[in-house]
Design a protein around this ligand. Structure first.
Ligand code: DGY
Length: 319
């Protein structure tokens, strides 16, 4: 079986991959496989192991040919896959749910805390000699105790974030999404809310939903204008959920208190982008799942999907 793997994998899974008796085509450089390279290499393969940086669309599937059996992405998000096109061709699809929940929820908390406690300004001040004597009114942030959290998309990651923040003293959890999550309502006391009410009442707002046509550009200037001007806003899902120019305008107009982003549009965000210039906006380079444990698990799950399908077994983590 001929398998295309679009990047070098974390060490244990890479070793395991090389032990398989497969005809392996692998892009081993530490950068995304260029599109023309991808289109050339995909010809005649039975399986594609891809990342969120690889667009799996009609052109690529045409280039691959009709023998292609499975596409497995080393990610929980799959907005880079053309699901309708894959379904129409009966190609199985795999992804890596659950295993990155803890790592991503941890990073979401890190961003919420860092933005709320003005970490970017604090680090800069310390490094640039602005740290004078202890001052009662310097670099004051906000804390979680007694506050309201708003989660957009109370799936696995959203629930893990809410659960963690309860330990920090959050007293009310509002959530908005496609459907009610009754179990989460019981387990963590989350309250289903309209989008507007969530924006209006939350002190901390975090996006944990997938990028879909419904969530694309959901956070626009109107949404930011409905937030408390002190609200802390964090996005660790996909950049496309936020209308980025509107976020810049909202920051300029003081419509949002502090911002933490692990995802942007485009990625990487060019270094001269305005978002880097705000002292109350932290930008990270999409590292939500970046722990050794999680990346190994993601890679092995994505590989398991491929091995199962090419060996005629049911796909373990199918979309
Ligand atoms: C995913 O798996 O979709 C994440 O964004 C990777 O961190």
């Amino acid at each position: 079986m001929k398998v295309l793997v679009t990047r070098e994998l974390p060490p244990s899974t890479q070793k395991f991959l090389e032990e398989q008796s497969l005809e392996l085509i692998q892009w081993k450089k530490d950068c995304a496989m260029p599109r023309d390279e991808l289109l050339n290499s995909v010809k005649g393969v039975d399986a594609i192991f891809c990342l969120l940086t690889d667009k799996i669309d009609k052109t690529l599937l045409d280039a691959a040919g009709p023998q292609l059996k499975v596409v497995s992405t080393m990610s929980v998000g799959f907005d880079h896959l053309d699901i309708d096109e894959l379904k129409a061709r009966n190609i199985q699809m795999g992804y890596t749910p659950d295993c990155l929940t803890d790592a991503t929820a941890d990073l979401t908390i890190l961003l919420l805390l860092s933005a709320a406690r003005r970490i970017k300004e604090g680090i800069r001040a310390a490094e640039q000699g602005e740290w004078r004597e202890w001052r009662p009114n310097w670099l004051l942030g906000t804390q979680f105790s007694g506050k309201t959290l708003g989660v957009v998309g109370l799936g696995r990651i959203g629930q893990a974030v809410a659960h963690r923040l309860k330990a920090f003293g959050i007293t009310r959890i509002l959530y908005y999404g496609r459907s009610r999550k009754l179990q989460a309502e019981t387990d963590i006391g989350a309250e289903f809310s309209s989008f507007d009410d969530l924006l209006k009442h939350s002190d901390y707002i975090t996006i944990c939903s997938a990028l879909t046509p419904e969530t694309q550009d959901m956070f626009d200037y109107t949404a930011f204008s409905k937030m408390k001007p002190t609200a802390v806003f964090v996005n660790t899902s996909r950049g496309g959920v936020v209308k980025q120019d509107d976020l810049v305008r909202a920051l300029e107009d003081g419509k949002v208190g502090a911002v933490g982003l692990d995802v942007c549009t485009p990625e990487p965000l060019p270094t001269d982008h305005k978002l880097y210039q705000f002292s109350n906006c932290i930008v990270l380079p999409h590292i939500g799942s970046a722990t050794l444990e999680t990346r190994e698990k993601m890679a092995s799950m994505a590989l398991d999907n491929i091995l199962a399908v090419i060996n005629g077994q049911p796909i373990p983590f199918g979309i």
